[in-house]
Structure formats: structure tokens, C-alpha cells
Design a protein. Sequence first.
Length: 254
Amino acid sequence: MRIATWNLQRPSRTNAKRWLGLREQIAYVDADVWILTETHRRIVALDGYSGHHSLPIERIHSGGECRTSIWSRWDVLDVVGTHDNETSICVSILAPMGPMLVYGTIIPYGGAGQKHRYRSNGIDQDGQASWQLHYAAIDRLKQDWSDLKKRFPQHGVCVGGDFNQARDGRGRYGTVAGQMQLTGALEASSLLCVTEQDFFASGVFGEKSVIDHLCFDSDLATRVCNVQPWDANLIEGKPISDHGGVLVEIASQC
């Protein structure tokens, strides 16, 4: 089973070359489940996927844009509510190894709600201190994940998306406090971030930090057999996204 996450930097259908480049990369990665952020409801054009999306934000989004989508080749059994349905989306899927919750989200960036309004938890926020909305969102996510574990005790769990913090030990983006807070939130629900790796060693990202992550419950984490990052391709000298993506492969049997 292949699960991937990628921030698409709000693709517009009016930019045909970038739109096509994103679609080609999605087809090339060939994940069974995608968690896409800063995305568009029609960006995945491949047969065999069903898509489920966070609610659009009226003053921000237009014509199919949304913050988070989950696309699955496997049957989606249910769409589960989250603490912030404009930012997060959770679905129950029937994966080859059994039922699984897939939870996609964006954790606010450091400057969210400072100079410009930022929509968080269903409220337009401004006048915030640096990283304040980031920390507040992690607290709500911790509660969400805890509640879901209690409601769906027989499900595997995958959490992913744009976490807006590097977790490779280099400290290039984010705060130590935020990284520790998120680690605690994951541990409280027995989740492990499997993308806490130094991807610089592979030469894929150069000096760029990896801030898009995938996390799994302890059983699924032991089945991870491959973690593969990729950087955004260039079109006319410009990257098709300001984020790279990451793919995780999970063995159906250990």
C-alpha cells in the first residue's frame, strides 16, 4: 500500500502548464491514498479514485479550491467529522490490511494571523503572536486523534499533511516547542511520525526543509518498508509547488 502527501500550493486551472505538471507527478507517484493540501477538487483525474475534501472557505477559495483532500483507491466507508472541517478531513477506508482512518490536515504556519487574517477553527484570526495558531491547532488535533481512537478502536490510523514544521533534527523551520508539542500529541494516540528523517543526505531537497509528514499507529508503523521523498519539478525554471512530497510504502503482511 502506497500513501503519499503533498502541498500543491493552490493550483489554478488557468495555469495549464503547472496544472498538467502536478497531475503528471501525481500519476507518476501512483499512490493508493493521497493526502493533498492547498489543493483543488479536480486535480486528480485518474480512474479508480474517490475524493473527499475539506469545506471551502468563502473569502479565500474559488472554483473547487480547498485546504485538504483525501483521494483513495480503496473503498471509503465513511467521512468522519473533525474539529475544523475547513482545514481537516478524515475518512474511514477499507484498506487491504483492514479498516483504516486517514486524517489529513494543515497546521498553521508561524506567521498565521499576524499581518493578515488567517482562518482557523472556523474563525478569522488576526493580531496573533508568532506560532500562536500553530500551537492552538496542535492542541485541537490532539483531542481529535484521541477521540477518533476511542470511537474506532479496531481501525488502523494514518495522519498526514502539511505540518509546517521540519522534524529532521536540523531545526530549519518551526520551533522546538512546537515540535515537542506535536510529538506529545502523536504519542498520546500511539502515533509515530515515520517521515522524521534527514532527507538532505539523499540530496533530493538540497537545503529545503521537509514539512509535509505522514504518521501511523504503532502496528502500521512497523510495516513501513520504504519512505521516498520527491522535490517539485520545474516548469520554465519555476517549481510546480513550493513543497516537495513524500511517499510511504506499507507491507500488507509482516
